[in-house]
Write a protein that binds this ligand. Structure first.
Ligand code: TRH
Length: 374
């Protein structure tokens, strides 16, 4: 495991929000992970508004008291991405620039960020942080160099950095001390503090999904007939509203949740017996939670997500019931939804978490990579 000490560097992270909350969610977590390791971060994003609930105070620089010390090294800046006239003429130097999910920077921004480029002086390291996948290409492409052929960075090198689930990839974001906090978590007290039912052994189900067609069928699953549904705002709440008539006559209850901070979102996953997660970041957080989970994968028009899902299920060593459930839940296969098996699915999640905990986290790997290339 990489426990090296690294010097404090300045990082620029660029985040173009395409849709939903994952782009910003991942970038914010990356920023906090770097700062927790003594780094300083400027986070540039074209849509900073969701930070108001994901990380209250982040935009104003007035973080909640508990976070203020730890996160003082993050500066959030608005990035008027599509306005080429907007960049300042020059920006204070940084050591590393990360284009999250390979986002494009306008040449005028590159010039503002690289005033030294023209003089041929040493420049900052430029990384493309890619999407998370368990597919085989990730191990092949991780750490590859890409020479820049044109524009203000011509002649320079960009590096590909791929998060992933195996030691030959960039790993997953994991805060120092996360597992200690997880172990000390008091579920009943936390649920009560949120005004959520803390008594009884009816399963708690977190719903954070897109629009799964089989949601009505899931409501009637024998294991969930008396479940408490803890429902995230936005698309999950709308999807459950449509599906809810299927719960008529059951003892199931639903609880609409407000937007909560990322740190509280983690606790919601820790407090639940089944986490129905989506996208990229909440999948990783469900893995760290170590509870049974099902992934609603971000759908792509050409069905590329089908292969991505299979690769993940292979890596997860998902038991047959969990595999079959994922295929139906994600619309890959048209068949009845297999019954929920919470004990088997949780055992699988815990085994996967154990494997991941043997590997270096993403921020530590990034620091090692930067030290090697500078
Ligand atoms: O919102 P998402 O569907 O994001 C997606 C994926 O990242 C996808 O891969 C990407 O291509 C697409 O966006 C553009 O799901 P994800 O990745 O789980 O991100 C949700 C974030 O929102 C995560 O950081 C957790 C956070 N969150 C909170 O902090 N509080 C909340 O109350 C809720 C509901 C979410």
């Amino acid at each position: 495991m990489n426990c090296q000490h690294h010097p404090a560097l300045n990082w620029d992270i660029f985040c173009h929000v395409i849709d939903n909350w994952g782009d910003l969610g991942v970038c914010w977590r990356l920023a906090t992970n770097l700062v927790a390791r003594g780094q300083r971060v400027r986070l540039w994003t074209d849509q900073p508004e969701p930070l108001d609930w994901m990380a209250p105070g982040a935009r104003s620089g007035a973080l909640a008291a508990a976070d203020a010390g730890a996160l003082a090294g993050i500066e959030v800046r608005h990035w008027p991405r599509s306005d080429p006239a907007a960049p300042p003429s020059a920006l204070p130097a940084s050591d590393v620039l990360i284009a999250a999910f390979g986002c494009e920077l306008d040449p005028a921004w590159v010039a503002a960020l690289q005033p030294e480029a023209a003089a041929g002086a040493p420049t900052r390291l430029w990384l493309n942080l890619e999407y998370l996948s368990a597919e085989a290409y990730v191990e092949r492409c991780h750490r590859l160099a890409s020479p820049v052929m044109s524009g203000p960075l011509a002649g320079r090198t960009q590096w590909f950095f791929y998060p992933g689930f195996t030691p030959a990839t960039g790993g997953l974001l994991r805060e120092p001390g996360l597992m200690t906090q997880r172990a000390a978590f008091e579920r009943g007290a936390w649920l009560r503090g949120q005004g959520l039912p803390a008594e009884g052994d009816a399963p708690r189900v977190t719903l954070f999904c897109y629009e799964p067609e089989r949601l009505p069928e899931l409501l009637r699953d024998p294991a969930l007939r008396a479940a408490h549904w803890l429902v995230a705002p936005g698309r999950p709440a709308a999807a459950l509203e449509l599906a809810w008539p299927a719960a008529a006559g059951l003892q199931a209850r639903r609880h609409a949740l407000p937007h909560v901070a990322q740190t509280e979102f983690d606790r919601l996953l820790w407090a639940s017996d089944l986490n129905l997660v989506r996208g990229e970041d909440s999948l990783v957080r469900a893995l760290w939670a170590g509870q049974a989970f099902v992934w609603h994968i971000y759908p792509q028009h050409d069905d590329a997500h089908h292969l991505k899902l299979e690769a993940f299920l292979d890596w997860l060593e998902a038991p047959p019931s969990l595999r079959a459930f994922h295929r139906v839940w994600n619309g890959v296969v048209n068949a009845p939804l297999p019954p929920v098996d919470l004990p088997a699915w949780q055992a699988c999640a815990l085994a996967a978490r154990d494997r991941l905990l043997q590997q270096d986290d993403l921020a530590s790997q990034l620091l090692g990579f930067v030290a090697e290339k500078r």
